[in-house]
Design a protein around this ligand. Structure first.
Ligand SMILES: Nc1ncnc2c1ncn2[C@@H]1O[C@H](COP(=O)(O)OP(=O)(O)O)[C@@H](O)[C@H]1O
Ligand SMILES: [Mg+2]
Length: 364
């Protein structure tokens, strides 16, 4: 085994592509370890910049800005999975980029992602490549309804998706996804959605947190609950799957793996992966000694991973849009960690903050 690069000492600077709340919480975790952060994002006034040591506001294809950024940081990571792979490759010429371009390219394209899972022998929803109405009609005949048409790229929080209940809806659905290259997925009959936040270090060691059970409202994560309520046998399988995916991608950092638990059989089906810290892992800030954010910064800095051990039960509730207007009330709750992201306007659907409520641990 080749020698590993030395861990970056305290005082080193981690460059973060993306300036949202995930970047903000990464920067705060890095500060606790004496590491600096430099945020790179295209928008002014990004929330992560409020708590970072330095910020570059430039487009992801601004070569001169990327070059200057690379010269000022010791390693680059990202908090946003739609960073163009060219940006990551360009930076990688000058500075380590963790996780690497492979994880980014697999996670950015739902077809590549599904093929990757299939190659690993990991169960997914049945799927087919859709390039036009003809291939969509064929896919609907093969897979049946209900089914979900999803654009291959750039979907999030249910955007770029269309449920199809009847084969006659093929052309309407194709219009609805703006005729973008897509996949058709068979509808999974699930009893719950769970997720595993897994970290993998530079030396290949992995650390998976306890799975969270996730409830969505309007396609946006609303509530994560830990423990998930599933027996250890199911949870262990979920953690092992996530560790296998991370190892196969030669991943460095924290990754979120979203899974369906099939109704009745409790078979685990991977929905998608996020090559970054994940909303369903925010509970780790209050529920564990080392949060997903610190864990990610440890991994990308080449440090030893912390223990993913959970010391409390936790529920994490997202504060979406006007939910955060109740901050005064929420701030009075005992055993609750309130997080507000420093964003301006509370537009409907916008993630403004979250609150994690903890209670003594009830299961091992
Ligand atoms: N094949 C499927 N079967 C049943 N429900 C699905 C399927 N795919 C997605 N969903 C539902 O839609 C949500 C969003 O889909 P997902 O693929 O995770 O996209 P996003 O990138 O928007 O999170 C999932 O969390 C799940 O509730
Ligand atoms: Mg999802």
């Amino acid at each position: 085994m080749p020698d590993l690069p030395a861990p970056l000492p305290p005082g080193s600077t981690i460059g973060v592509l993306g300036g949202g709340q995930l970047g903000r919480m990464l920067a705060m975790a890095a500060a606790r370890l004496g590491l600096r952060t430099h945020i790179y994002c295209p928008e002014d006034n990004c929330t992560a910049a409020q708590v970072a040591d330095a910020v570059t506001i430039a487009a992801y294809d601004d070569k001169a800005a990327l070059k200057a950024f690379a010269a000022q940081v010791d390693v680059v990571t990202y908090e946003f999975e739609n960073v163009p792979t060219d940006t990551a490759s360009m930076l990688a010429q000058d500075v380590p980029v963790r996780p690497g371009a492979r994880a980014l390219s697999v996670a950015q394209d739902r077809l590549t992602e599904k093929n990757f899972m299939q190659g690993l022998g990991v169960a997914t929803a049945p799927f087919a490549d859709v390039t036009d109405v003809g291939s969509l009609t064929t896919a609907l005949a093969d897979i049946g309804t209900p089914a979900i048409l999803k654009t291959r790229r750039l979907g999030y929080d249910g955007k770029g998706q269309m449920r199809i209940d009847d084969t006659t809806q093929a052309s309407t659905a194709w219009e609805a996804v703006n005729k973008q290259p897509s996949i058709l997925e068979g509808f999974v009959d699930f009893e719950a959605e769970i997720s595993v936040i897994v970290a993998r270090g530079l030396d290949g060691t992995t650390a998976a947190y306890d799975p969270a059970r996730n409830d969505h409202e309007n396609h946006i994560l609303s509530l994560s609950t830990v423990p998930s309520g599933y027996p250890e046998t199911v949870e262990a399988k979920a953690r092992t799957l996530a560790e296998k995916i991370a190892a196969e991608l030669d991943y460095v950092g924290v990754m979120g793996v979203e899974l369906f638990v099939a109704s009745g059989t409790r078979k685990l089906i991977v929905n998608e992966i996020a090559p970054r810290v994940h909303n369903s892992g925010h509970w780790t800030l209050e529920g564990c000694t080392v949060s997903q954010f610190e864990q990610h910064m440890r991994a990308v800095a080449g440090w030893p991973l912390g223990s993913p051990q959970r010391h409390s039960d936790a529920t994490m509730t997202n504060l979406i849009g006007s939910d955060a207007d109740d901050w005064q009330q929420l701030a009075t709750e005992p055993n609750a960690g309130l997080h507000l992201y420093g964003k301006g306007e509370a537009r409907p659907g916008r993630k403004m903050g979250h609150i994690t409520r903890i209670s003594p641990k009830t299961s091992a």
